[in-house]
Design a protein around this ligand. Structure first.
Ligand code: C5P
Length: 219
């Protein structure tokens, strides 16, 4: 990787999966490990960028030389991103944000009762963070989103790049257990707004991150 291609740039990277509380002891989350986002943060730092790594519930080592901001919920992740975005050069939104959160967080642990064989948890929609950022980004700023899909990968990625006003989307097939969640390997398709695509080979998340940094340097 050519040295310092992002020197002087401030890049925000989000990683991990948000947790949405149900009651004081339980939450809803997803399978994101944060490995891809951490690899991107490391690659950006290696390329000379100032990196803010906003991480939701990760338990992997923090890359060297990055500003680490731990968060728990989608609302906290949103606040951490919005606080920093206006003064940043760009955002890589690789966190897996819960689309919904419980409408109310019970004050006490929810108990099972004799006459209650079902439990319904009412959920409300979380803010779409990358969409909000896509709507306010200035021409000199970039926003990269991710599309983790189990089906119709490219069709879904195309919809997302447009509806969220992204400069690039990184699409991956999470139905394939060789790649994606918690794996050290990944295979992604980079997609640009004009519909151009580039598919990587199955390679380490560090290699995918280096390819992404090369693309970001051009953005
Ligand atoms: O629509 P979908 O959740 O599949 O889109 C994925 C992209 O949107 C990812 O970049 C993810 O980080 C981002 N996202 C977000 N806020 C949400 C849901 C997803 O920023 N509430």
């Amino acid at each position: 990787l050519p040295e310092q291609i992002l020197k002087g740039k401030h890049i925000i990277v989000t990683a991990g999966g948000t947790r949405e509380a149900i009651d004081p002891v339980r939450y809803i989350t997803n399978h994101s490990s944060g490995k891809m986002g951490f690899a991107i943060a490391q690659a950006a730092a290696n390329a000379g960028a100032e990196v803010s790594l906003i991480a939701a519930n990760t338990s992997i080592p923090v890359p060297n030389g990055v500003d680490f901001i731990p968060v728990v919920t989608a609302k906290e992740l949103e606040a951490a991103v919005m606080k920093r975005f206006t003064s940043a050069d760009g955002l890589v939104m690789s966190a897996a944000v819960a689309d919904f959160r419980p409408a109310v967080v019970a004050d006490h642990k929810i108990k099972k009762t004799k006459d209650n064989d079902n439990l319904t948890i009412s959920m409300v929609k979380n803010p779409d963070i990358v969409k909000q950022v896509g709507a306010i980004k200035q021409p000199q700023q970039f926003v990269v989103g991710f599309a983790a899909e189990t089906n119709d990968l490219l069709a879904n990625a195309t919809k997302k790049i447009q509806s969220k006003n992204l400069d690039l989307i990184v699409a991956n097939d999470v139905a394939n257990s060789q790649i994606g969640f918690n794996s050290d390997q990944n295979q992604v398709t980079f997609m640009w707004p004009d519909g151009q695509t580039k598919k990587t080979v199955v390679e380490s998340k560090a290699k995918v991150a280096d390819e992404l940094i090369q693309i970001i340097a051009k953005l």
